[in-house]
Ligand binder design. Structure first.
Ligand SMILES: [Mg+2]
Length: 189
């Protein structure tokens, strides 16, 4: 099934859980996430969404400020325990990570979030329990649902990186989606 359609159906089914997640989530940007606290809580693998989390939509590489977060994540969790799980795993991005961050694993060849396949692949590859994996994502109906399905920890980036001047139509579309899904989830909570 198409991942968007699947997201709508699963999102509707899980709306109360999503609503609860949302009501408990603090206002958070990628740079605000306390990586050391996550490690202390037992997280062993940290997974980053790309669009909205590492850079505005369609960027080829992370912003300088989020590169610093990736550097810190590598220090805290160690080489091989940081993953990128994007629904747009482009060649351009893959090449960037291979060159700039050979110790970060760029996940590809899996069904898109909200399917849990990417998180399950990471669990297998790194021999983690699902609950030892945390995903930073700016979308409830993709990343949030994927975490519910996989049994992993969801860190909701409610203050995503956007660039309306560079990509007005796409950023507006995703801003609407984020608004709409959080509206639905709040309604159900
Ligand atoms: Mg995103």
């Amino acid at each position: 099934m198409n991942h968007v359609l699947y997201g709508l159906i699963a999102g509707h089914r899980q709306r109360r859980v999503l609503g609860r997640l949302l009501s408990e989530a603090p206002e958070l940007a990628t740079v605000d996430v306390d990586l050391t606290a996550l490690k202390t809580e037992g997280v062993r693998a940290l997974v980053f969404d790309f669009d909205g989390v590492l850079a505005p939509h369609d960027a080829a590489k992370p912003l300088a400020e989020t590169e610093l977060v990736l550097d810190q994540a590598l220090q805290v969790f160690g080489a091989g325990h940081i993953y990128i799980l994007s629904n747009k795993p482009s060649i351009e991005r893959l090449q960037y990570f291979n060159l700039r961050y050979p110790d970060i694993v760029f996940v590809g060849g899996v069904r898109k979030k909200p399917y849990p396949d990417g998180l399950e692949k990471i669990a297998l590859q790194g021999d983690y329990d699902a609950g030892q994996i945390a995903l930073l994502d700016d979308r409830l109906m993709t990343g949030g649902l994927a975490c519910l399905h996989a049994g992993s920890k969801f860190i909701y980036i409610s203050k995503p990186l956007v660039d309306f001047s560079r990509n007005p139509i796409k950023e507006s579309f995703f801003a609407f989606l984020r608004f709409f899904e959080s509206f639905l989830a709040r309604l159900a909570a």
